[in-house]
Design a protein around this ligand. Sequence first.
Ligand code: ZN
Length: 501
Amino acid sequence: MSHPATAPLTARLERAQLAGSVVSLLQWDEQVNLPAGSGARRGAQLALMAELHHAAATDPEIGLRLREMEADPALLDADERVLARHARRDFDRATKLPPAFVAERAALDSEAFHAWVQARERADFAAFAPYLERQVGLARREAAYLGFEANPYDYLLDKHDPGLTEAEVARLFDELRAGLVPLVREIVASPVRARPGLLRGFPVAAQEKFLREVTTAMGFDFQRGRIDVAVHPFCSGDAADTRLTTRYAEDDPLDSLFSAIHETGHGLYEQGLPLEHLGTPLGEAAGMAVHESQSRLWENQVAHSRAFWRHFEPRLRAAFPGRLDGVTTDELHLAINAVRPGPVRLEADEVTYNLHILLRFELERRLFAGGLRVPDLPAAWGELSAALLGTAPENDARGVLQDVHWSGGAFGYFPSYCLGNMIAAQLWDAARRALPGLEEDFAAGRFARLLGWLRENIHRHGRRFDARTLVRQVTGEELSPAHLLRYLRERYAALYFPPKR
Ligand code: ZN
């Protein structure tokens, strides 16, 4: 770092990130600890902190220092170019939206959220449609302010994953769909079935202890992170203080365990970001899809594998005496890898999950291209659900109203979940080539070599590379759904397609 504007710019960026981290901590506390009667107080605290955060992120000094750096690019080293590029992007996005627009959106977000909760309770899409209509309108206007008037959906994708376009995502998803729909049909037609309700009566205290053993083995650093209980599992915070949540149910121990493993994957990425760059783009995650690739890789490729359970199955049996007496190793493994197509994304397994995302992407792009009107969404949802999943939702609550995202105007967000799955499978393939004997490691409860490889190849880079560049660099190939399709077919054929006699 050599440019004279770098140090003052970095100081301002760190200050803004620090303010943002307080907002995030208040939000974490709201989900985990807040007394029921203290919501209004928290609302006021959050509003003030959000204002201070916004002021710090739009500090004119940031603009000034950026212009100085942009004026003599020859003086910038590689890291400074990354810093200037991303800081410019963030600064423009924070300053180019008129304050009246920002206020209008904040008001609508809150109104639309409450309208969504009520509409979902009554399974009544028509009651929510006017709010959704307005959110689509605001998203279009936001895209226009940022220079994407002609292609708003590109803007919405790029917002979560820099550089992604609708055409590119459509190409990847078409290829995925062509391979995935037949695989799901074959699994559904298989005589093999997971036994439902296999795992019941798992005391929560013992679940917490077991989960701590698993996440510690994965490498989560509890000296600068925590796992608590919240209704919806999430990961927040940063490399210096990473907060994870899960939830517990005595009759669904796999839900709490895999939710925690998923969030720990996110947490390991945060903890692996370079602390010396905390508060600047060099210390931030590369984007939503890469973040999701880290959680999915640990949750699916690692923790759904035979090798992982070779180590943890005896420990699970010991932690819950008697609970698994009538359950064989194969039955347990099948319960962990149960595939059941259904209408609800959050209940989906790792195979059919991707089809839920394909459905949302298709509807969002039609909505923004103007080919689909908001009132026609439920019908289009039903048709696509039948085509992709072989089942249509019985009502709007379990269909078009099931996700919170659109009520907050979060369009273009869903694709990152599926892209994360693709990236995870592609990284997994590369990791196995680079680290022979990886599954023997897992069977012995050792995960440090995999974590070290992810630290070296993904985490330490911060935002230096976008998702596609990162994938190309680490795997030597372009991002492609081929790896995900191959991984799913291999793992699920072994479970569901018994050799014919
Ligand atoms: Zn996630």
